[in-house]
Unconditional design. Structure first.
Ligand SMILES: [Zn+2]
Length: 283
């Protein structure tokens, strides 16, 4: 029997078909219809699942941005990165379309953390941060994910870094996500460098000594250091794992950090959420 893992983010839907033993057999990436509402989001999930044309699937796991109730398989809350997703009943919809298939659903940072834990055996206190369209956060404390009353705790992307600062997708101002997401970094890069294709170019320019890229990334680094210090103060994790597209430039990011002794980079890269989506056991 096979398994399908899907990672629903604000920009892309990543999907993987896995063998029984967890070997990745095939993978896809498609665009998220992030502004078209709930029916379009479910339609895109179905398309991602059906694209594998696998008839012997016994497990489908969904990793999703937002506050996800992993027991009920429901979206408690999602920001404007996924319009219409708040309140969606993932298990209810998938049960109807794929009867008899076992289902898993959890927050994307939680899924990424679960997947990356295989590289940190024995660690019980770990925080995962994902830097993509938004900034996702999940914390494992003494072996359990910190979830909160509405599955809304350890949302490190929405702790305030700058009071009264830039408007965030959650409606508040000055959240970490408004400064540290790939979207935010690209925007601030483009204020200094134009044209600028993507964040990768910004990192390349920084490495080559471009003073504008240096300014932009130094400020990014200062804010990232504040976030990491706050996490260390709150939870004292053994390890903080940085993942998501932005963290593929490990050499540059390490240079920006005051202290990188407890920092690890996601080994599964941008696909950590897909692996985590099919990782069984709610932590
Ligand atoms: Zn926010």
């Amino acid at each position: 029997m096979k398994k399908i893992g899907i990672d629903l983010g604000g920009t892309g839907i990543k999907s993987g078909l896995f063998a029984e033993d967890g070997t990745l057999l095939a993978r896809n990436v498609q665009r998220t219809p992030a502004r078209e509402g709930r029916a379009a989001l479910f339609g895109a999930l179905y398309a991602a699942i059906d694209a594998f044309e696998a008839d012997d699937v016994d497990l489908i796991g969904i990793s999703s941005a937002g506050d996800i109730d992993p027991y009920a398989g429901k979206v408690v809350y999602a920001t404007n990165n996924l319009i219409g997703w708040s309140g969606a009943d993932i298990f209810g919809a998938l049960k109807k379309r794929y009867p008899g298939v076992r289902l898993l659903a959890d927050n994307d940072a939680v899924c990424a953390l679960k997947a990356e834990l295989r590289f940190h055996p024995g660690c019980k206190n770990v925080t995962m941060l994902t830097f993509g369209t938004g900034v996702g956060g999940a914390s494992l404390v003494e072996g359990s994910i910190v979830r909160g009353a509405r599955f809304d705790a350890a949302r490190w992307g929405h702790v305030i870094l700058v009071p009264g600062g830039t408007k965030c997708n959650c409606g508040r101002r000055g959240c970490a996500e408004a400064y540290l997401s790939a979207t935010a970094l690209l925007k601030s890069g483009r204020r200094r460098i134009y044209p600028l294709a993507d964040c990768k170019e910004l990192f390349t320019r920084y490495a080559a000594g471009d003073p504008n890229a240096d300014d932009v990334l130094s400020l990014f680094g200062e804010r990232l250091n504040v976030l990491l210090t706050n996490i260390r103060t709150a939870l004292a994790p053994e390890c903080i794992i940085l993942g998501g597209g932005l963290m593929q430039s490990e050499d540059v990011v390490r240079k920006l950090l005051d202290d990188d002794s407890d920092i690890a980079f996601a080994r599964l890269g941008g696909f950590a959420g897909v692996y985590g989506a099919i990782t069984e056991g709610i932590l």
